[in-house]
Design a protein around this ligand. Sequence first.
Ligand SMILES: Cc1cc2nc3c(=O)[nH]c(=O)nc-3n(C[C@H](O)[C@H](O)[C@H](O)COP(=O)(O)OP(=O)(O)OC[C@H]3O[C@@H](n4cnc5c(N)ncnc54)[C@H](O)[C@@H]3O)c2cc1C
Ligand code: FES
Length: 520
Amino acid sequence: MTSNTNPPDLAAGYPAGDLQDGRMIQGRVGDEDVILARHKDEFFAVGAGCTHYHGPLAEGLIVGDELRCPLHHACFSLRTGRALCAPAFDAIPRWRVERVGDLVFVREKHPAPAPYPEAGTPKPPNSPTSVVIVGGGAAALATAETLRRKAYDGPLTIISADDSAPYDRPNVSKDYLQEPIPDEWMNLRVPEFYKEQKIDIVLNSRVSSIDPRQKQVRLEDGRTFSFGALLLATGAEVIKLPIPGARESEIFYVRTWSDARAIFKRAESAKRVVVVGASFIGLEVAASLRSRGLHVQVVAVENQPFERTLGAEVGQFFRGLHESHGVTFHLGKTVTGMDGNQVLLNDGAKLAADFLVLGVGVRPCVSLAEPAGLKLDRGVVVNEYLETSVPGIFAAGDIARWPDPHSGRQIRVEHWVVAERQGQVAARNILGFREPYDAVPFFWTQQFGVALKYVGHAETWDGVEIEGSLEAHDCAVRYQQNGKTLAVATIGRDVQSLKFQADQEASLRAEPRATGAKHS
Ligand SMILES: Cc1cc2nc3c(=O)[nH]c(=O)nc-3n(C[C@H](O)[C@H](O)[C@H](O)COP(=O)(O)OP(=O)(O)OC[C@H]3O[C@@H](n4cnc5c(N)ncnc54)[C@H](O)[C@@H]3O)c2cc1C
Ligand code: FES
């Protein structure tokens, strides 16, 4: 972005020559913040705030005629304002632009186009008699939303074991635990959305079996739903750890909004908490509860947080960050039980605690898949179109293991944006558009105000290269194998993170797909 402390009045004209191809400037039109962007010889004027969490789009990146958000990599069309990729779903506003000689003028605002169905969307090649989505999380909502956007007007049902309509799960361990926030911040869509879009949302209902031959799902309470196409998006479930001597009321897990409500309430009258597990979720909870003034101790079997996913250096940095805020670590230790208000460790140590939060990992919810005859491999195996081994049954999100064309491997990840983007692509494939899923994996974590963004996928690596300084919160960490960068983690370098993602996409377009496993 071109930096400017005094935003220009874009309605008064901006010199075309001052804005190079691929650059943008933030200015004002009336009382609105507007970005003027250039792609080759075309100029576009769009709103400056991302429709996900209001990220500052002018600090993002222009890739062709797309604008990408620096915070969680949502992608918008400069031409239409449409949100092209999750985690944003709603369009940004657009203004008409007129070039007069050397000046570019931003004129009146375009009316917002109707999103459902998207204006000009082609008629889908397929229109299933009905679509049933099992699961009510990230992938589920993205699928339902996209089906309606792409003009699917048949019966559409989301069946969820959860007691709430799809909500912002990443917030469960972050803002929601720190301070009271209104429910509207957690709900991904207002209740009217489901009514208006005729999405039948069935909550508190667990599917117990899928019959692919009869094309029917059965719920635990005996109800049945028929489907023309099915999306399985059951996500992951927490791994439970028995703690001998602990009362049930002292043990908390972190997966659902109800879990967050329960932890928030318990923390109101507590002084000390022990968090078991130094995973992203464990440490996000530790940071959130510490910021509320609780005395927080973390017990984990690993020797360094995130060592397996981000390497020792980044792990050491996050440990130091937590310690500097008063969190105490007991690493390389396990909890053996609880005695009154004392948490017992395997080395004989006793830690005073009013309650425990367990974040010791999750496993994909695949119990419906195996009896239904779906191919499994540490998750539900899907092809590049996110279709399972049973035609007409798709899977997305935490349960799906897909052929990742960037790494050339079958991978499964537990990332919010991946689940949503897979939902979007699965929906288009349910409608017969035959679109391979080839997005570059992305996730973020936020602890004590430090946000780490991770692009790519590196399960193992033979080299870690750190550019910049972790301590200064200004760095890019490259995970490499045989000299090739597989993934990049950044702190304070959002544009670099976006550029790495764009480079990965470009190299995929330039090369044949590394993998294209299809089911026979
Ligand atoms: C606390 C927390 C914080 C996170 N923070 C981040 C983050 O900062 N960044 C990031 O990238 N990722 C984060 N994640 C991971 C991210 O939330 C998941 O990857 C994402 O939610 C996966 O989406 P999904 O649709 O596959 O599953 P989920 O969102 O888990 O949804 C699964 C749904 O399936 C339902 N279900 C399961 N079984 C059945 C059944 N038999 N019948 C009916 N319904 C069923 C569940 O009730 C649920 O509604 C976080 C996860 C958690 C738990
Ligand atoms: S704020 Fe833009 S993607 Fe999250």
